[in-house]
Design a protein around this ligand. Sequence first.
Ligand SMILES: [Zn+2]
Length: 326
Amino acid sequence: MDTINFRRNRRLRNVSGIRSMVRETILKKEDLIYPIFVVEGNSVKNEIPSMPGIYHLSLDNLAIEVDEVVSLGIPSIILFGLPNSKDDVGSEAYSDDGIVQKATRFVKERHPDLVVIADTCLCQYTDHGHCGIVRDGQVVNDESLDLLTKTAISQAKAGADIIAPSNMMDGFVAAIRQGLDAAGFGDIPIMSYAVKYSSAYYGPFRQAANSSPQFGDRKTYQMDPANRIEAIREAESDVMEGADFLIVKPALSYLDIIRDVKNNFTLPVVAYNVSGEYSMVKAAALNGWINEEEVVIETLTSMKRAGADIIMTYHAKDAARWLEGK
Ligand SMILES: [Zn+2]
């Protein structure tokens, strides 16, 4: 046979041992952050209808949940709170007895080594459901910053290891950094929702967190899904303002953005595998249409391959189990 010149790329795929030697991306349970929804009360464990397997938990049930997270070897959780009462300035977000503050103290006492991340926003605490203060139908930027800073400080006081501001006001990282430093929390890192799109994939979360805006939408502060260069600009502002991690949210439809952020900055990149992404996989799995384990591992691996160092995901507990089984 004449020698034709072509490459034998299959040589490196022939046997499992070689495949694992040349594997470029390894998903680990240490990469995962598990989001948890906490509520006031006792013995509450209500499944969120659009997010099978995810619950609203009161502190007594939160205990069982975090014990499981720790036993699975997941290093970190992010807490979202549902307060009993809401008002127009989101008072419960920055109350020392707010639900996230109580849950943070509770978890840190039980598992001092579990990294607790506090989501810093107002939308779950305001009666209008926006992430800032509203005046004349507009979300006003600078006044919102004061309340977000107060929220971050009260979360740090409660023992949060990382502050994760998700509000997308201009200057939120600078304001929160300054506030934390002045309050003696100079060592607490900020995991900034640097690149957060105005996305329909948040639908199930809003049902879960009861945080839909009561008027208008969040398009004046969250990004247009059509924009790519703007993501660099947003991330750049947060880097300049002192962010320690950069979050890209959502993840699955934004893998190109994750790669852009990874290539342009040196901070750790966090992908938020959001509620709608989780719900789609769950719905298909419950119908027997896909192999859930394989789809979840492939999806999370693709986020790492795109450039994410860390992944926030509702699949974290299942993924940790599946990764151990391998
Ligand atoms: Zn918000």
